[in-house]
Design a protein around this ligand. Structure first.
Ligand code: FE2
Length: 233
């Protein structure tokens, strides 16, 4: 087992999180991202059901926010598809059914990602009650499908990662994802990923996050909070 000699590290717990399995990999980024997906897909659904059809500016802002959440989801899933599942297939053949299922769940989520994008584009172009219903169905289905996948990953996928992926490989994976975002993307990611966290998780980040990321978070927090206040109404 490649990780057998590494000690366990403290893990965070966020609302909606199905488990916080102990082990040597620091899952903070993973849990923060999962929390962000759950939080914002729920809020987008509520906002879409409530927004006035003549409030084109807010509809456009909501569509842009969904595009952002889906971009983060895309990077998150691509990293797992490219590096995590292939490694686990090789190193944990006894868990092949779980790995197959987790990978298939990404495909299932893709279907609702595409429908959410297409329904939001139509609603943004010409907002109608029929369009709202189509979009709400797509967002609800995406939240349900993705929610089930995230819980499955937290309960069965993360134990496999803890046992078969090394902290060095995991750290390299985080660096590779950061490169995908570039500087502007990273600023937005830090604001998004640290928004509306429980105080104990904020405290954990204050103690453990790299100093430059913590500083960046402080700088962008106020502006991001105002943007979210407008978005969620
Ligand atoms: Fe996943």
């Amino acid at each position: 087992m490649p990780t057998a000699h590494h000690p366990d590290v403290p893990q965070i717990r966020l609302p909606g999180q199905a488990a916080a399995v102990p082990g040597p990999l620091d899952m903070t980024n993973m849990y923060l991202a999962h929390f962000g997906f759950r939080r914002d897909l729920g809020r987008l659904l509520t906002a879409v059901c409530q927004v006035r059809l003549d409030d084109r500016r807010r509809i456009r802002a909501l569509a842009e926010h969904l595009a952002w959440v889906l971009l983060v989801l895309h990077h998150h899933h691509t990293a797992e598809d490219k590096t995590v599942w292939p490694r686990l297939r090789e190193r944990a053949p006894e868990a092949i059914e779980t790995i197959d299922a987790l990978e298939a769940e990404h495909q299932e989520a893709d279907r609702w990602i595409r429908e959410s994008e297409s329904a939001f584009a139509a609603f943004d172009r010409a907002p109608t009650e029929e369009g709202r219903t189509r979009l709400a169905t797509a967002l609800r289905s995406l939240a349900d499908t993705l929610g089930a996948h995230l819980a499955h990953e937290e309960t069965e996928g993360i134990p496999l990662m803890m046992a078969h992926i090394t902290p060095e490989e995991d750290a390299q994976g985080h660096k590779d994802i950061q490169k995908e975002y570039g500087l502007t993307g990273m600023i937005k990611l830090v604001a998004w990923i640290t928004f509306d966290l429980p105080p104990e998780v904020e405290e954990h980040l204050r103690r453990s996050a790299p100093k430059e990321l913590a500083l960046l978070g402080k700088l962008v927090k106020g502006r991001y909070r105002r943007r979210m206040a407008y978005l969620w109404g």
